[in-house]
Design a binder for this molecule. Sequence first.
Ligand code: AMP
Ligand code: MG
Length: 314
Amino acid sequence: METFLTKSPNEAAEFIKKGGVVAFPTETVYGLGANVFDEKAVAKIFEAKMRPADNPLIAHVGSLEQIKLLASEINETAQKFIEAFFPSPLTLVLPKTKEVPLIATANLETIGVRMPNHKLAQEFLKACKTPVVAPSANLSGKPSPTIWQAVYEDLNGRIDCILQGEQTIVGLESTVVDCTSAPLLVLRTGAITLEQLQMIVPETQLYQVKENESVKSPGLKHRHYSPRARVYLLESGKWKAESGKNAAFIGLNRPSIEFDLVKICSSIEEYAHEVFAFFRECDAQKIKTIYCETVEEKGIGLALMDRLRRASET
Ligand code: AMP
Ligand code: MG
């Protein structure tokens, strides 16, 4: 099966209505979507991505009204976050309704809900007339796709359709907050920062996996964001790379060593926007080692460092 390419959100939505899977752009990364209430369609997402069945999916809505189809209860704090941030790169974990099949939530009684702040994504979701579950549209473990060509590279022939949009804006996956826990826990950092969340609900905390405790966010235990090349983190100014041969560098400051491929970003936001596409470009150019400059863990720097650390794990 050749994957159908289109720029039309209505055309792409037709595949969802027929039980198919469609990759579509959002402000974070490209997602691979299916009708949340269609178990067979949801199963196709796991198959196409080769995603472990214990990794839950995030449901995307095209309107605030659709949240009620997914969540059985929206408590006061969740309501505050919705009012303050939706639509945005923020996912709220809420108790699920009985209509949401367990395959979508990896057997959890909760569901992650997000309303993307992205024109094409919203047009597509509205045309689907149903909430759409969508993990990142990459093969499991690979860097998330921020351009449609990256989706094509991983999933051509494995999915029904790609809705072709521009490069995504943020470049990192959404912030995930568990609204069913007290205190509220940030399960995954993203463009909506801890500082922003704490302005609305001061008790919000970063989740840290404790030993001997099962992971609250199942996705955290899987290998993630990894290019084929080996990734190393380098502290600014402490250039220790032994050789720049077959090696690449991405960061904010120009290193004193020569590399085959160098990307200097003018801000942490640009670094976040570019990093996954850079990883893929390195693989295409058969780079063996990628050195990533570390950044201050503040604002979106916290999310960027999280992704870089995971990419560097072997
Ligand atoms: P992805 O869509 O590939 O970025 O992955 C979504 C991530 O969101 C998962 O790997 C989980 O870590 C997290 N997530 C989604 N739904 C839930 C949930 N119901 N409870 C906890 N974490 C969730
Ligand atoms: Mg993912």
